[in-house]
Design a protein. Structure first.
Length: 343
């Protein structure tokens, strides 16, 4: 009797020990989740030939290398160009998911049409960090694994406007060339569907008004962020309004550079141009004295935020505290004015 009880006791002990071992090893025979040694990030760019996006891409690649060295975790960045097609981008998202990407970084082609990509990501349980082209709020609120990295468009515009305001206050004649008491400007606008275009246009002009610059609009046009389109518009305006254009207010650097191209073709007339982005060619133009100024959206921090958010999501780690997120999902990159460094 005692022997049987002892046997039963030992059997129970063995079963309990086995259960405990199973539990410790992750239950039901599954091994404990090994620490990830690599992360796979699928990146889709709305257009690889966009200067600003290209600058961000370069920063992202550098930051990924630095992250690898520091953490010992391999970062596999699969960067694809959607070449302006939402359909192509949807297919890229599909492919990233089938390749087992841990996280997606998407610069949407059509920011109003992110729902298909969100559906796919949600079904597959793959978090998404959108950047630069902000999906509508309704889409962003569909899942708590959607993030956005960008710059505050109003802030960019106010800083841009202030470049002109301070120059005008310092030396009105350097802005109002013909001294007629009016600052006659032309405006180059980005894509009409882009959140940055409308807000930048509104607030850069409002800042000029608030700053007491006596502005008068000659004309404006949409050049879709593109240097060549801006150059063509500026060429027309120089013909239609000879000697009248004082500042050129541009929603981004590339279009300001296009206006410079047209000015140079027309004989190199001196005009004040103000951009936004501080892209590499934009900064060069400022330092060469071809542009009055631009606004820098710290692209290093911008790319770092994309990378850190992605790595945290891929590794299932908490998001670092140095990435402040508005409403738990929006990261706004810091900005500052860039003017010619006085020698
Ligand atoms: C930038 C532009 C860029 C556009 C692309 C804007 O925020 O200022 O230079 O072309 O984003 O989406």
């Amino acid at each position: 009797m005692r022997k049987r009880r002892f046997l039963r006791f030992t059997k129970t002990g063995v079963v309990l020990t086995l259960c405990a071992a199973l539990l410790l090893s992750g239950c039901a025979g599954k091994p404990v989740a090994e620490e990830k040694k690599s992360v796979r990030i699928g990146v889709s760019l709305y257009r690889g030939d966009d200067t600003f996006i290209n600058n961000i891409r370069g920063e992202l690649e550098e930051r990924a290398k630095a992250y690898e060295q520091k953490s010992g975790i391999k970062v596999m960045l699969d960067i694809q160009d959607a070449k302006g097609s939402q359909n192509t981008q949807n297919n890229q998202v599909e492919r990233f998911i089938s390749l087992g990407c841990d996280v997606l970084c998407i610069n949407p082609v059509d920011r109003m049409d992110a729902s298909v990509m969100i559906d796919r990501a949600m079904t597959a349980g793959v978090p998404v960090v959108f950047f630069n082209r902000q999906p509508v709020e309704e889409d962003m609120n569909r899942w708590d694994q959607l993030y956005y990295v960008g710059v505050d468009a109003k802030e960019s515009a106010v800083l841009q406007g202030n470049i002109v305001v301070s120059q005008y206050r310092e030396d009105p004649a350097s802005i109002d060339f013909n001294g007629d008491g009016k600052v006659s400007y032309v405006l180059l606008e980005g894509e009409s569907s882009h959140q940055d275009s409308l807000i930048r246009t509104e607030w850069s002009i409002q800042t000029l008004k608030d700053g007491g610059v006596p502005i008068e609009k000659i004309t404006g046009g949409i050049a879709n962020w593109e240097r060549s389109q801006a150059s063509a518009l500026m060429e027309q305006w120089l013909e239609t309004y000879p000697g009248e254009i004082e500042p050129v207010v541009s929603n981004n650097d590339d279009m300001a550079l296009g206006a410079i191209d047209a000015l140079e073709r027309a004989g190199g007339q001196r005009i004040n141009l103000i951009g936004i982005d501080a892209t590499t060619p934009g900064q060069e133009a400022v330092q060469a004295g071809k542009m009055l100024g631009t606004v820098s959206s710290d692209k290093g921090r911008y790319a770092q935020a994309i990378l850190d958010l992605s790595a945290a999501k891929a590794l299932n780690q908490p998001i670092q505290t140095d990435i402040p997120l508005e409403n738990g999902k929006y990261y706004w990159s810091a900005q500052e004015i860039v003017k010619k460094v006085k020698q």
